[in-house]
Structures are given as C-alpha cells and as structure tokens.
Ligand binder design. Structure first.
Ligand code: TXA
Ligand code: MG
Length: 305
C-alpha cells in the first residue's frame, strides 16, 4: 500500500479507496462523486444495507456546493469546523455527492475534518470524499493506522498514517431538516452544540432519519457487560478510575472523559484479543462526552433496539 499524499490523491482520482486519518477515527475514503468507488466502500466494510455516508470537505465553501446551508448550518459550521461535527442537510442542486453515497435520500451528511492530513488530502483532491469509519461493519472503529490496515487495508490502494486519533470517537451528527436533532452523540457534546443553537431534539423521535443506528455496532467478538463495579475472574476489565485486575485496560485512571474517549476503541480491541472470557466495563458518567461513550458501549454490548 502506498502511504504518501500524492499517491493517495491519485488513488481517489482513479476510483480507488484510501485509508484516511481524521481527528475522530480512521475512515475508508473514496470520491463521493464516483458511484463505483462508493460501492467498493460498502463492499469492503460489508455493510448489510446501504447506509448513507458522510461527505468530507476541505471547508465551508466546499460544503455549500454539496448541501443547502441555512443560517443554523452556517452558525454551527462557524463554531465547530474544521472539527468533529457532521451536519445533515438538504442536498444541493448540483451536489457532486452521488445517490449511492446518500443511500438515495434527498439529504446529505457533510463535515470538514480537522486532521491536518485529512485537510491536505481534501484540498489536493478538490472534491467531496466519503469516509465511513474504516472498520468492517459492526466492529469497533479503528483509531490507529495499524487497526485501520487490519480492518479494511486489503481494499485500499493507499493509506495515510496520521498517528493515533486524538478524539477516538466518531463525529456528532446533527440534522437540520426541521428542528435541530441529535442523530448520533459524538465528539462535540450536546451541551456545546446547544450553547450555540439552542435545544436539540432527540434522534429516537425520528428513527427513520438515522438509518445507521444499528443495535449491535462497535462490537468486539467477546460478550460485553456494562456498569460493572467488580469484574469476574477471567474477564478483561475496562476501568474508569483507579482499579486492580489481572486483565486491566485503563480508560482513564483520573476519570477524564476525553482520555477515556480516546482510549475506548483501542482498549476494546486489545481486550478482545487478551484471552479473556468476556469484557466488563466500569460505569462511565453520562455527562459531556460520557453521552457518546455510553452510546458506543451500549451498542458494543448489543443493547440498543
Ligand atoms: O467521525 C466520523 O464521522 C467518521 C470519520 C471517518 O469522519 N466517519 C463515520 O462515518 O463515522 P460512518 O459512515 O461510520 O457514520 C455515518 C453516520 C451514520 O450513522 C449514518 O447513518 C449517518 O451518519 N448519516 C449519513 N448520512 C445521513 C443522512 N443523509 N441522514 C441521516 N443520517 C445520515
Ligand atoms: Mg462507523
């Protein structure tokens, strides 16, 4: 696999796939305009059904060519871009994002990532790029280049090694179709968004609009138990706060939610292959980033209907 920027740009132009580092997680990228390349992304991930993808762009000017921006979208983009916030908006008239990438919807998800290598690639390529998390469908998202290569590297012609992802959790997805709705909690917290545009309605009230919210998702192979104070012998333990255990994976000894988010998927992966009988996870507070962490943990355990 080629690992330089020029080869990655060339791969996108040729309709091939690229492992793309972002500040949240690694993505499996393709030109959003190229339906065959987008189909190859779905196939590489083994997505059970077509689930719309996020169009990644270099900046807000590029986003306006893809989606119809209203004043709320302008305000949120000004506050959080480049960064881990995805906006679901009506698709623009001459949008380059193909139907398949949008799963046939008349809406489109768009974000401008902050990672310098992602920005460099988007600028050099010059068009929107789809990039779902680079894991095979249902598995934890990769937060290192090595994990991304292991998950979907076979299908990529090029990949950029951007080091470990700073945030470690996917972007927050907000729909601005009627009233603002939180479709997926993520790296930008609900409180941070509400401080800018006021109250967010919940996705649950609008399940049809968030097709990607599968019950079992982000899941390792081993069974996962949540809210565990004392793990069983043989289990791997994802701790939050000081703890002692044989197979200990410390999310954050000082109970720092940002540190726990950054460690979450890498620890789930490591625990999965530690030879344990199962994975027990300590209780994590629900405030701030804890909302997104608990969302991913519930799905890893298969608890969301
Ligand atoms: O942090 C991230 O967002 C990462 C990095 C690589 O950028 N990408 C990512 O993509 O998490 P993916 O495909 O795993 O998640 C996209 C989410 C899904 O839940 C999908 O259903 C939702 O966005 N989505 C995309 N387009 C949508 C649309 N038009 N309407 C509603 N939801 C949409
Ligand atoms: Mg994903």
């Amino acid at each position: 696999m080629k690992t330089d920027l020029a080869s990655a740009v060339e791969a996108l132009r040729a309709g091939k796939l690229v492992l793309l580092p972002t500040e949240t997680v690694y993505g499996l990228a393709a030109s959003a305009a190229d339906a065959r390349a987008v189909a190859a992304v779905y196939a590489a991930k083994g997505r059970p059904s077509f689930n719309p993808l996020i169009a990644h762009v270099a900046d807000v000017a590029a986003a306006r060519r893809v989606a119809r921006f209203d004043s709320r979208a302008e305000t949120l983009a000004a506050a959080f871009w480049p960064g881990p916030l995805t906006l679901v908006l009506p698709v623009a008239d001459a949008s380059a994002v193909c139907d398949l990438a949008r799963a046939g919807l008349d809406t489109v998800a768009v974000r401008a990532p902050a990672h310098p290598l992602a920005r460099a690639l988007l600028q050099a390529f010059g068009g929107p790029v789809v990039a779902p998390s680079a894991n095979r469908s249902g598995r934890p998202s990769p937060t290192t280049f090595a994990a991304a290569v292991e998950e979907t590297g076979d299908s990529a012609a090029a990949g950029l090694d951007g080091g470990p992802c700073e945030v470690g959790l996917e972007s927050t997805v907000v729909a601005l179709l009627d009233r603002p709705r939180l479709l997926r909690p993520g790296a930008v917290t609900r409180a941070e968004i509400e401080a800018v545009i006021g109250p967010l309605a919940d996705a649950e009230a609008d399940a049809k609009r968030s097709p990607g919210r599968l019950a079992r998702h982000y899941a390792p192979d081993l069974p996962v138990r949540l809210d565990v104070e004392i793990p069983r012998p043989g289990e791997a333990f994802l701790a939050f706060g000081p703890a002692r255990h044989d197979r200990l994976f410390q999310l954050s000894e000082t109970r720092d939610l940002a540190e726990a988010a950054a460690n979450l998927f890498a620890h789930l992966r490591a625990a999965d292959r530690s030879g344990a009988t199962g994975i027990a996870v300590a209780p994590i507070p629900h405030e701030g980033l804890g909302e997104a962490i608990n969302d991913r943990l519930k799905r890893a355990a298969g608890f969301v209907g």
